[in-house]
Design a protein around this ligand. Structure first.
Ligand code: PNW
Length: 501
């Protein structure tokens, strides 16, 4: 039974929605008195459940030329006219580099237990190789110390897409197998410098995005368009992950006692019809999306269906690599945002889906579509909480019930301050509904252990620049002012009561 403070009454109408039965929203219009709310039935999460928020270095830090930071592929990409909406870039972003203490105070104010951020590789090694830059180490050290002083546990991602530019220009970036060694060296510098205080590590954020968006569709840095590069890049990302984990386990883990994993993104794919063809198409789409990066870690190789369809275009792991990959995650990191229907083949008139096919479409032969009834976020991503529950179950089934941490989930809505307040009702509804779905998965024995809301604050949304706002804190990019949105206050109550209504 959760006790909810008076302030929470503001949120009563959100708290009392029922998202069961696969339905998106069954709104309960009860006008509730304070007493009703205090007596309400809270969906409690496990006692040790971790509540957090997430960000990444390039999206928030700014200070791109401060503290000896080298350039990254995102600095170069954003400064090519036309690559990003409004030609926005991360030179200043939220200026978190200078404002991190203020930001951590906002985190403390909302009772946050955990904060996921990423280390910018070019702050640590400006050229991606060689010895560490002391100013870079100092910045993250202070960040970590300040978090710990406020009782907030740091969760550190080592690579959230800001590859040192010189590794790209001089060494062909993720296309070069040598990068696995470079990444493992960089990772070791971080384990060595921060591992006495950091016990939750992620090697890579969303390798699928680096491969597909960066090297297939070219909408992310380094902006390359190719049918084959994604599979080579994906392969080297996996090899780099495995080698970094090997470094951690052999040289640091027994002493530092932390855990390490990677975080994969995956949407849910629901068969459009019950036909065996559409069911197989949905399954195939999930294997090309999540199986691509999770099967090697949990099963030791790529999904069979990828090998069948791609043949030699999909690189092979050596025996040694396979062994190093197998079991190379202490928990399952998942980033999840949306759901689409999947059907077999391309659209009858031969058009390719406007949504892309969640990867390299021709290779999958899957047609994606959305239910026009579904509500969408500003990203035009469908809001389908039951897809989240089904994906959690799929992971539990396929990978033998791993501990799962949702390292990102959230939504973009462009609510603006009015009289100093940001009433982001739709974000509260979104998170409420996804947490209810998560709770259902837990009740079905899925081992979901934590949830990180994307994002702590509005930030640079990659190719969409500053036009999309994912934050639970509003950022005024003209003067850097932060305002906790209603969702931040609401999330504080979720954390306090360890559950949702
Ligand atoms: C993730 N897609 O990016 C990233 O980890 C975050 O940095 C980002 O801000 C967040 O999700 C919201 O977009 C993605 O096109 C970007 O499928 C694009 C896609 C998926 C994830």
């Amino acid at each position: 039974m959760g006790r909810i403070s008076g302030e929470c009454i503001d949120f009563g109408k959100y708290l009392f929605k029922d998202y069961s039965n696969n339905m998106m929203v069954r709104e309960n219009h009860l006008r509730l008195s304070k007493l009703n709310i205090i007596g309400a039935n809270v969906k409690k999460f496990p006692n040790d459940f971790v509540w957090g928020t997430a960000t990444s270095s390039y999206q928030i830090e700014g200070a791109s030329q401060v503290g000896g930071r080298g350039e990254s592929i995102w600095d170069a990409f954003t400064h090519i006219p036309g690559k990003v909406v409004n030609n926005d870039h991360g030179d200043i972003a939220c200026d978190h580099f200078h404002k991190f203490k203020e930001d951590i105070q906002f985190m403390a104010d909302m009772g946050l237990q955990a904060y996921r951020f990423s280390v910018a590789w070019p702050r640590i090694q400006p050229d991606g190789k060689g010895k560490a830059n002391p100013d870079g180490i100092r910045f993250y050290s202070e960040l970590i110390d300040t978090l710990l002083a406020h009782n907030i546990t740091p969760w550190v991602t080592l690579y959230h897409w800001d590859l040192p530019l010189s590794l790209q220009l001089c060494h062909d970036g993720w296309m070069n197998p040598q990068i696995a060694e470079d990444f493992a060296k960089y990772a070791s510098i971080c384990f060595d410098a921060f591992g006495d205080r950091v016990s939750n590590w992620l090697t890579l954020n969303e390798p699928w995005c680096s491969a597909v968006l960066g090297h297939g569709l070219g909408v992310h840095a380094p902006g390359r368009v190719s049918p084959d590069e994604p599979y080579i890049v994906g392969h080297n990302l996996l090899r780099a992950h495995a080698l970094a984990v090997h470094e951690y386990r052999s040289r640091f883990q027994s002493r530092q006692k932390g855990q390490i994993a990677l975080s994969n993104n995956c949407d849910w794919r629901e068969p459009l019809t019950d036909s065996p063809e559409d069911r197989a198409a949905a399954q195939r789409a999930l294997e090309f999306f999540l199986g691509w990066f999770a099967d090697p870690v949990y099963k030791g190789d790529y999904p069979e269906v990828m090998r069948e369809r791609l043949g030699d275009r999909l690189p092979q792991f050596t025996e040694e690599e396979r062994a190093m990959l197998l079991g190379s995650a202490d928990y399952f990191g998942l980033n999840h945002y949306t759901t689409m229907y999947a059907a077999n083949g391309q659209h009858s008139n031969g058009e390719v889906s406007a949504f892309g096919n969640g990867g390299m479409s021709a290779d999958q032969d899957v047609w994606l579509s959305a239910d026009p009834e579904w509500h969408q976020t500003d990203m035009k991503w469908n809001i389908v909480p039951w897809g989240f529950r089904k994906l959690l179950q799929w992971i539990d089934d396929r990978y033998n019930s791993p501990d799962i941490y949702v390292m990102e989930n959230g939504c973009a809505f462009n609510d603006q301050p009015q009289n100093g307040r940001v009433a982001d009702k739709r974000r509260i509804e979104f998170v409420q509904s996804y947490l209810s779905a998560a709770h259902e998965a837990i009740e079905a024995n899925v081992k979901l252990k934590g949830y990180f809301l994307w994002s702590f604050m509005d930030n640079f949304e990659w190719a969409l620049g500053y036009t999309k706002r994912f934050g639970i804190h509003h950022v005024d990019y003209r003067d850097g002012t932060r305002i906790p949105k209603d969702s931040a206050k609401w999330y504080r109550h979720v954390i306090e009561q360890n559950g949702v209504l």
